[in-house]
Design a protein around this ligand. Structure first.
Ligand code: SAH
Ligand code: SF4
Ligand code: F3S
Length: 463
């Protein structure tokens, strides 16, 4: 057993990064690295970064300023060492420049190379001939094949990456450049990881991919599994009670997936299906590969299959060339579809993407005015949905302690946080049926109506 070392990992960006950070910890555990909550005094610091918008990238540089002080303090005695590593999408996009600009960074590696961490750490720790390391390859070997087969224990709700990378090339987006080409993990690898998680206490799994419904993993007996097929197989795992997937692309919603929403009670009736904009002109300039009518059509089919399905979305306002009329089309789309939750962003020009070079960039004040209007409408829809939950009964997976004494917090089928008081600590990890008695903009309050459901959440009662 190696000597224990302290590892501090900070995660920015999307759920895929959360998953990657967890796997980095799995890779480093055999070398003696144990996670800690504070960078102060750590033997290794990893910033797992996001490049999606300008603000996300800038955050990394300001955090590095703070880390520099901790590194100086730790290394002041001339003996101790703090390895500072920048990982993730900023590392991939700007690795070389980052190394030049920040001499105290010891290591830079992209999202596809962290299985090589043990070797990188050994090189960075050498007493003589110590290297600064940069590894932003898209290696020929598949990362997933080289990660430890064992995953560490996760929460009652866990992420599982099944697909990574993107071949869609939306004109605003850096992801195809930072994550590389689409890759789907073999079906049985996913099933095995899910079984391990469930054996360690997980009850809800969210399948992850940049384009998760483009999933087409190798099946065990030849051929390929679609996401629909994978969901059916996962659904057979005893003790796994809830399944979700994110992020899906409207272009890749096929009949099989729609049927899964009809057939699988474990598949939660909440779907993040980003539309980005409501105007056909803008959707085309974004290279989203569908128009407004196409999106409406998919939503109608999904709701046909699963009438209690609710949706969330991402929106970009102020895409180059977006006129007042285009923006009104987005507002109309929101009014027509209704989203119970959403993320909306001002368009941020990203280096190397086609949209950043487009003419007719929208002035900042116009973006601000539009995003405020859009967010007001979305907040209204979210509150209305929450209010409509009053009096309903919902199955809630209790996950953590609340802010108040004796309070527990869980998630509804629709991902709403629900708090409840008066239940014992042992109720954590259980799915309980709660009657909703309080509705706030971002959460609900409930009271127990039944004894805890131990095994299954097979009945949705929130139609
Ligand atoms: N794969 C997902 C999106 C991943 S990025 C999909 O296809 O929907 C998450 C969100 O960030 C996007 O949905 C988009 O709304 C937003 N985003 C991406 N690039 C952006 C940019 N340059 N400016 C503003 N928002 C952006
Ligand atoms: Fe980015 Fe578009 Fe790919 Fe989503 S589908 S990751 S928005 S390029
Ligand atoms: Fe950000 Fe990379 Fe995810 S750019 S959103 S961390 S894929």
């Amino acid at each position: 057993m190696s000597e224990t070392k302290k590892l501090f990992v900070k995660t920015y960006g999307c759920q895929m990064n959360v998953y990657d950070s967890q796997r980095m910890q799995d890779v480093l555990a055999p070398l003696g690295y144990q996670p800690v909550d504070d960078p102060k005094g750590a033997d290794m610091v990893i910033l797992n970064t996001c490049h999606i918008r300008e603000k996300a990238s800038e955050k990394v540089f300001s955090d590095l300023g703070r880390i520099r002080k901790h590194k100086k303090a730790k290394e002041a005695n001339g003996k101790d060492r703090m390895i500072v590593a920048v990982a993730g999408c900023v590392a991939q996009a700007e690795g070389a420049e980052l190394m030049r600009r920040e001499p105290m960074v010891d290591m830079v590696f992209g999202p596809q190379t962290y299985h090589r961490l043990p070797e990188m750490v050994a090189r960075a720790n050498r007493a003589i001939g110590r290297d600064r390391i940069i590894d932003t390859d898209f290696p020929a070997e598949e990362k997933f094949d080289h990660l430890p087969e064992q995953v560490s224990r996760q929460g009652f709700s866990a992420f599982l990456a099944i697909q990574e990378g993107c071949d869609k090339f939306c004109t605003f987006c850096v992801v195809p450049y930072t994550r590389g080409a689409e890759y789907s993990r073999p079906g049985m690898d996913v099933i095995n990881e899910a079984r391990q998680l469930v054996a360690k206490g997980t009850r809800e799994i969210t399948l992850l991919g940049q384009n998760v419904n483009a999933y087409h993993g190798a099946g065990p007996t030849g051929g390929e599994w679609s996401l629909g097929r994978l969901l059916r197989e996962l659904s057979d795992i005893d003790g796994l009670d809830r399944i979700r997937y994110t992020t899906s692309h409207p272009r890749d919603v096929d009949d099989d997936l729609i049927a899964a929403h009809r057939d699988l009670p474990k598949l939660m009736p909440f779907l993040h299906l980003p539309v980005q904009a409501g105007s056909d002109r803008v959707l085309q300039a974004m290279n989203r590969k569908h128009d407004g009518a196409g999106y409406r059509d998919i939503v109608a089919k999904l709701k046909d299959a699963c009438p209690d399905l609710a949706l969330s979305s991402d929106f970009i306002v102020g895409f180059p060339g977006e006129s007042d009329k285009d923006f009104e089309d987005t507002m109309q789309m929101v009014r027509d579809i209704t989203f119970i939750q959403a993320f909306s962003f001002k368009y941020s020009p990203r280096p190397g993407t086609p949209a950043s070079a487009m003419e007719l960039q929208v002035p900042e004040p116009v973006k601000t005015e539009r995003i405020m209007r859009l967010q007001a409408l979305l907040a209204e829809q979210q509150l209305e949905f929450n209010r409509n939950c009053l009096g309903r009964e919902m199955d809630v997976l209790l996950e953590r302690f609340g802010k108040l004494d004796g309070q527990l917090v869980g998630k509804s089928p629709y991902m709403q946080p629900v708090h409840v008081s008066g239940l014992p600590e042992t109720a954590l990890g259980q799915i309980v049926r709660l009657k909703i008695i309080e509705a706030l903009p971002n959460s609900l309050g409930g009271e127990l109506v039944d004894t805890p459901v131990q095994k299954r959440d097979s009945e949705r009662n929130v139609a």
